[in-house]
Design a protein around this ligand. Structure first.
Ligand SMILES: *Cc1c(COP(=O)(O)O)cnc(C)c1O
Length: 490
């Protein structure tokens, strides 16, 4: 519970004093009491902001606040009962008062019920064994038996020839572009609906990204927009140097069609499978269709090494070159010899140990995330306004994050409101990725939409991600379902 001394204020406090008190106490609420110490109302940042917006100044006092009967409870209430009251009023702090109405304590939701987060790391049993092995044998450096083992195990898992373990998924994309000789003035086509890490490496290489819309069946790259973009670029005499296809939220893009198109025009494909490890398209692992595939083991991904990535390819020479570039492009010589620019991108042997343990439980993690998705979908199936991310026949998504649209024709609730109201219940939800062609960073970039409407912009405006961790309990998913139900009904 919160120390009360720091958060009690009277109506003689100026707005400035109140802001200072909020700041100092670290609390998100102040308790306004009268001369007898009786609770009058709560005061939040928002209350003060509203006064300032209506023209009051920093030197005005809290007497300007309208009266507002505070929600409070009496001494002796249990944690679960306090939580029920907070849920009823969608608040996260609840003052406790004595028989005379004086505040004696403040219940905080975060103390009773930990926040339900979007996606948290979920360790298995073997990670520690591999990490301890690295310590015991003093293989702490980048390179070592865990790195070799992790590369081998990943390539066996996805049934692809070769893998290079690196420091991040972004580094793996960068290496792929380097290996494809992407350079200054080249163009690279990339899914627009993605996280910025897919496109940043294009800029690292001084090339120009061209963004491609999504299509409704997978929410990923539209083959028809891609083909239009390639044809148009051929007309201007500049073929794209590469296509970066993203498999968002664990769902494969239409890889069969995309590969047919790219093979027809002879354009190499890099698959950004950072979010889709374990996901399949027609029985084949995402990341293994193109010339290169990329996985990420960042902390929020389906399996994690805390930070890390993997570049995969069937071409052994390419993967060997990736390892060389990621260790400062050091030539095999008895001294330090360099003929081209390299990077410090290799994964450490300690982190690779975590990765090996995580890979052993990947299939379980995929099933757990798919189950979370099914629980949401079934638990909310009576709401026609909810449109769940599709999974076409023949595909198998890892359902990294449960993504859903709020159909604006069937509900007035927008993602921004849903996200902030879920946050009142200590539930973390997020907007879908904001498309790259709408980002100020890429305001100059060319964009090809699926049809005459901009589909991924629609997705961004109408969709959100729900908490989806593989360690979520059934109680937690039920709680989120309850609250979504409540918000949609009220
Ligand atoms: C996480 C992510 C990346 C980058 O991976 P890092 O390991 O964080 O560098 C790239 N693309 C997408 C779509 C991602 O979600």
């Amino acid at each position: 519970m919160q120390e009360l001394n720091n958060i009690l204020v009277t109506s003689q406090y100026t707005l400035k004093d109140a802001l200072v008190s909020l700041d100092k106490s670290g609390a998100s609420v102040l308790l306004l009491v009268d001369e007898e110490g009786v609770l009058q109302r709560t005061v939040t940042d928002g209350d003060i902001r509203r006064l300032l917006l209506t023209g009051f100044g920093m030197e005005d006092t809290l007497t300007q606040l309208p009266a507002k009967k505070p929600v409070s409870v009496e001494v002796g209430i249990s944690g679960p009962d306090a939580l029920a009251v907070m849920n009823k009023y969608e608040i996260s702090q609840l003052p406790v008062i004595d028989g005379d109405g004086r505040p004696v304590a403040l219940h905080l939701r975060s103390e009773i019920q930990p926040r339900i987060l979007l996606s948290i790391p979920h360790m298995g049993e073997l990670e520690q064994k591999y990490v301890e092995e690295a310590f015991r044998t003093n293989w702490i450096a980048p390179l070592g038996p865990n790195v070799d083992g992790f590369e081998k195990e990943i390539s066996e898992y996805v049934k692809t020839g070769h893998a290079a373990a690196v420091s991040s998924g972004t580094a793996a994309i960068h290496l792929a572009l380097r290996l494809l000789d992407v350079g200054y003035g080249d163009t690279v086509f990339c899914s627009s609906f993605t996280f910025v890490a897919s496109a940043n490496p294009v800029l690292y290489q001084g090339a120009r990204p061209v963004f491609i819309d999504s299509e409704p069946d997978t929410w990923n790259m539209s083959p028809q927009a891609l083909e239009r973009a390639i044809q148009e670029s051929l007309e201007t005499g500049q073929k794209p140097k590469a296509v970066i296809v993203v498999h968002l939220y664990g769902q494969s893009a239409k890889m069969s069609e995309i590969m047919t198109i790219c093979n027809r025009y002879d354009v190499p494909v890099v698959e950004d499978a950072a979010e889709s490890l374990g996901g399949l398209h027609q029985g084949q692992h995402t990341g293994t269709f193109g010339k290169f595939g990329v996985f990420s083991f960042n902390g929020n991904k389906i399996i994690t090494t805390s930070g890390g990535g993997m570049l995969i390819s069937n071409e052994r020479v390419m993967v060997e070159k990736a390892r060389y570039l990621s260790t400062q492009a050091r030539m095999p010589a008895p001294h330090y010899e360099h003929t081209e620019v390299g990077y410090n991108y290799r994964m450490s042997n300690v982190l690779a140990g975590i990765g090996r343990g995580q890979l052993a439980v990947l299939d379980e993690r995929v099933l757990a995330r798919r189950k979370v998705f099914e629980l949401y979908k079934n638990g909310l199936s009576d709401f026609e306004c909810l449109e769940w991310m599709p999974e076409p026949d023949g595909d198998f998504s890892n359902r990294w994050l449960t993504a859903v649209r709020l159909n604006p024709e069937k509900t007035r609730i927008k993602p921004v409101e849903m996200i902030s109201r879920l946050s009142n219940f200590n539930i973390e939800a997020r907007h879908l990725w904001k498309p790259m062609h709408l980002q100020p960073l890429f305001s100059e970039a060319q964009y090809f939409s699926h049809t005459d409407t901009d589909f991924c912009q629609d997705l961004f405006n109408s969709g959100l991600c729900l908490p989806s961790g593989s360690s979520m309990s059934n109680e937690q998913t039920s709680f989120v379902i309850d609250k979504i139900r409540y918000i949609l009904n009220n």
